[in-house]
Design a protein around this ligand. Sequence first.
Ligand SMILES: [Zn+2]
Length: 169
Amino acid sequence: MILKIVKYPEPVLSQPGEPVTEFNDELRKLVADMFETTYASQGIGLAAPQVGVSKRLTTIDLSMGKNPKEKLVLINPEIIFREGRLYEEEGCLSFPEIREKVVRAAKVRIRAQNEHGKWFELDGEDLMARCMQHEIDHLDGMLFIFRMSALKRDLTLRKIRKMQREGTW
Ligand SMILES: [Zn+2]
C-alpha cells in the first residue's frame, strides 16, 4: 500500500520519534508499505515520521527497488561512529523540488535493529552514509533545512512560502 508522505511544516516531522518496542506483523506491514511508498516516489530513503508515524524506523534502498538485497531497515538506529566530511546536494521526499548542499560525515557506523528486533552494526560510506544520517535525523525531528547554511535555509523557506501561496506545495 502506498502511504501519504507528509510535507514540511507538518508537526510530526519536527517531533522525535518514539522507540519501536513491538516487532510484530503490523510493524513489518509498515516496513513493506514504506518501501512501496519510497519506490513510488523515486526516493532512496524514507523515515516513519514522513508517513505520519512518529516512530524510530527508517527504510533505505539505494537501488530504488532494483536489487532486493539492498533493502535496509533501520529500527531504533544510532550512529556510533562518524568520520570525514561530505558536502553534497540532498533532497527529501517531504520537501519536493528542494535540493541543497548540506554537510555530513563521509563515513558512519550505525547500530540498529531489523524488523525482527535483531541488533546489528553496519558501516556506510558516501551516499549510504549521507542517506543514513539524513534518515536518522528524521527520527530526531531534525530536518535537512536545519543542516543548511542560514542563508540557504532562508532562501529555501522563502521558496516554500511562495509555493504555498501559489498552491503548488
Ligand atoms: Zn528526508
